[in-house]
Design a binder for this molecule. Structure first.
Ligand SMILES: [Zn+2]
Length: 373
């Protein structure tokens, strides 16, 4: 029976479906031994996720010591898509009390909804602001290579609509090229690339990337393929994790439990157990299974390395305490989205969600925002 070490853990990569899931995700994480959570929002477009920032910031307001929030940009709801606008949004997210920015702009499906390359000059003022302020980014770029390959694409990818084999999506190399150009222009950006930058099958390239860009890190949020890839050469990956021990960050991709709730809660708790067993032991155990292989083998890291991965590295990026919520600018953001939802076709659920969030924000004690002190 696996006995995890006793140390505080911060989950750097969690999603929240809507504000009704705040209590659940906190309860689930705490039951699994995690005491702080970073909610990563995602870019809002008329198709999806326009209430993401508002719900996450409410979580921070309700549980100020438990939640960090990385907010997302909003697109295509009537405001101009200009360099000034993206810079304004970044400033506004920071003023609301976000601890950083989440970008999903590098995921091929998001790219279809957002008509800009990541290195488009329309983002230059935005990146410049993030670089000047040291405001960190959690950035999802690309996906597992199999999603582009008709011979290897998995059932899971097909079910989720992540089939990039028809030639209408940017290739993985195109996406990496865009990021390289952003970093060449803004080398001091502080970026945590989600899902190990999808390089778990390419240790040499992962090493070169971290060597080249000293301000970036990788999170080890599964992608189940990631842990099977690591298992192919445990000694090599153990050396990699030890060498880059300041650049690796724990995250789960857990999400507000959906129905049936007990089953999803059990799955999420088990995912945390598997990740920890992989990091903390050299055991071979059943986990992250697929048709081809059902087992992974751990890399048994030293305790001081584990403590960095579990908490300290994230804190170096985002601070050792979450930023306080600033209620007034958050309410302005909610109202702006709600006003869009009020008249847009088919956005009644969004309208109701924002109305509820606003009500709850207004009920919070007023002294949270740093401008009120
Ligand atoms: Zn995620």
């Amino acid at each position: 029976m696996f006995q995890p070490i006793n140390t505080p853990i911060l989950d750097g990569h969690v999603h929240l479906n809507n504000h009704r899931g705040i209590g659940d995700i906190l309860e689930l994480s705490q039951a699994a031994g995690i005491d702080r959570i970073n909610i990563v929002c995602v870019p809002g477009t008329p198709e999806r996720w326009l209430s993401s920032n508002s719900a996450a910031l409410l979580a921070k307001g309700l549980h100020p010591a438990s939640f960090y929030v990385f907010g997302g940009l909003v697109y295509n709801i009537g405001q101009p898509s200009t360099a000034a606008e993206f810079e304004r949004q970044a400033k506004s997210l920071r003023a609301m009390g976000c601890d950083g920015i989440k970008m999903l702009e590098g995921k091929p499906t998001s790219r279809k909804l957002i008509p800009f390359r990541m290195d488009d000059p329309v983002y230059d003022r935005y990146y410049a602001f993030l670089q000047e302020t040291g405001f960190p980014i959690v950035w999802h770029v690309a996906d597992p290579g199999s999603f582009w390959d008709p011979a290897r694409i998995t059932e899971m990818a097909l079910q989720n609509g992540w089939d990039y084999t028809d030639g209408t999506f940017p290739t993985k190399e195109q996406l990496y090229g865009e990021v390289d150009r952003v970093l060449e222009k803004f080398p001091r950006l502080r970026i945590i690339f989600a899902h190990f930058y999808f390089l778990s099958n390419h240790p040499e390239r992962a090493d070169q990337f971290l060597e080249r860009w000293p301000n970036v890190a990788f999170d080890i949020t599964p992608g189940s393929e990631m842990y099977r890839n690591f298992s192919k050469d445990c000694a090599r990956w153990r050396a990699f994790f030890t060498k880059h021990q300041d650049r690796i960050i724990f995250g789960t991709d857990n999400i507000t439990p959906l129905e049936p709730r007990p089953k999803t809660m059990a799955e999420m708790t088990d995912k945390i157990r598997m990740m920890r067993q992989f990091l903390e032991t050299n055991e071979t155990f059943e986990g992250f299974g697929c048709a081809g292989s059902r087992h992974v083998t751990g890399i048994g890291l030293e305790r001081n390395v584990l403590e960095k991965i579990y908490r300290r590295n994230f804190e170096r990026y985002a601070g050792s305490e979450p930023q306080p919520l600033n209620i007034e600018p958050t309410l302005r953001h909610c109202r702006h989205i709600r006003e869009y939802a009020r008249t847009a076709v088919g956005q009644e659920p969004l309208y109701r969600e924002l109305t509820d969030i606003e009500q709850k924000l207004q009920g919070l004690p007023k002294r949270q925002g740093f401008h009120d002190y």
